[in-house]
Design a protein. Structure first.
Length: 141
């Protein structure tokens, strides 16, 4: 089943640094790419407008994520600015959730539990953990 997934930018895809673009959140782009490969339509849902929004879209595009729509429910929708910009989506991924933002690997597992364990993302997580252990080992010597 294909889902429309609305994803916030600041604090969710990247760390908060508005109006600048913060540091990329761990596994954000890998997860979004996997979700797109599964056929889900990703919508960038951000408070950013104008130049700052275009910078966010470009930032994501340069990392291999092209959104189905930006700040609207579907590409053809026209927002006049007169009413609330409420997005119609099946899932919302936002750092302002109750309980905060789970990690991107947990987000993927929530949407596709059938892929765990052994998913591509899980293999990347294992490699990352091995790298982190090596880094910690060298840091303690």
């Amino acid at each position: 089943m294909s889902l429309r997934i609305a994803i916030d930018f600041d604090g969710t895809i990247v760390e908060h640094a508005y109006p600048n673009i913060g540091k990329e959140k761990l596994f954000a782009f890998e997860t979004m790419k996997l979700l797109q490969k599964k056929g889900h339509r990703l919508i960038l849902w951000t408070i950013r407008t104008g130049k700052e929004m275009e910078e966010a879209v470009t930032y994501c595009r340069e990392r291999g994520v092209e959104f189905y729509a930006v700040n609207k429910s579907y590409p053809e929708e026209e927002w006049t600015g007169e009413a609330s910009r409420k997005i119609e989506a099946d899932v919302f991924i936002d750092d302002r959730n109750i309980g905060g933002l789970p990690g991107w690997t947990d987000i993927y597992r929530m949407i596709h539990p059938e892929d765990y364990p052994g998913s591509i993302l899980e293999k990347k997580m294992i490699r990352h953990r091995k790298w982190w252990k090596r880094l910690k080992f060298f840091g303690n010597s």
